[in-house]
Design a protein around this ligand. Structure first.
Ligand code: GLN
Length: 227
């Protein structure tokens, strides 16, 4: 059904394997990405959960920050969970001063927002546009979204407990982010939603992809030289 769709998982750090597995279950070709040249030919990219400060540092070291920023600007569909949500935000609160993000979603997120002592919790979250009832959402030292720009669609909020009402799922055009980890629960609905976004992006034609790939080649090569 998703013949030929290739989705990368940024494999610098975090729960890479779980996303690769979920994507394979959602019937697409999934592959780990560690180098700029591996970005070429992708129809979509997943930024996993993990630790955004470490991911930021490694993305810079591996020459991936600028190529991914540029591919996002050129319309690459990207989904980020938890640390991945932080990496897709334009503004991070409670981050490290040297922390960088790929950006793309006009929003402000707060790291470890649900309280430092609360390492993890579970709560119901219903996502707009996703059938089948509320998600049993798993949060691990998760961010929440404190501000969204006009072009950002809020897809879901925490429905119960102390964090009730907090925004934890958003979409802006080609970009999707959740503060929780669907890759850990075996509920494939978010991955399938993302695969649909990727398929719609592909249907728009190969021209965009050609431009993105060129961006990855040029910027990746330049960054690698810079060292
Ligand atoms: N607290 C982590 C960060 O700031 C995110 C945690 C997660 O991805 N589970 O990056």
């Amino acid at each position: 059904m998703n013949a030929g769709v290739v989705i990368g998982v940024l494999a610098l750090q975090g729960d890479v394997r779980e996303h690769l597995y979920a994507l394979a279950e959602a019937d697409v070709v999934a592959r780990p990405i560690r180098r700029p040249e591996e970005l070429i030919g992708l129809d979509g990219l997943v930024i996993p959960g993990g630790e955004s400060t470490t991911m930021s540092k490694l993305a810079i070291e591996f020459g991936l920050l600028v190529p991914i920023q540029s591919m996002i600007a050129d319309g690459l569909p990207v989904y980020g969970s938890c640390a991945g949500m932080i990496m897709l935000s334009t503004e991070v609160l409670d981050g490290r001063p040297d922390q960088r993000s790929f950006g793309g979603i006009d929003m402000t997120v707060r790291r470890n927002a649900f309280g430092r002592q609360v390492d993890s919790f579970e709560a119901a979250v219903t996502l707009n546009g996703v059938d089948g009832g509320a998600f049993h959402a798993v949060f691990i030292r998760a961010p929440w979204v404190e501000r969204v720009g006009e072009s950002v669609e809020v897809l879901g909020r925490v429905e119960e407990g102390e964090g009730a009402g907090r925004i934890v799922a958003v979409r802006q055009r080609n970009l999707l982010a959740t503060a929780f980890h669907p890759e850990l629960t075996g509920d494939l609905r978010v991955h399938r939603y993302f695969v649909d976004m990727v398929r719609c992006g592909r249907d728009k034609g190969a021209r965009d992809k050609g431009a993105r790939d060129k961006g990855a080649r040029d910027k990746g090569a330049r960054e690698t030289v810079k060292g």
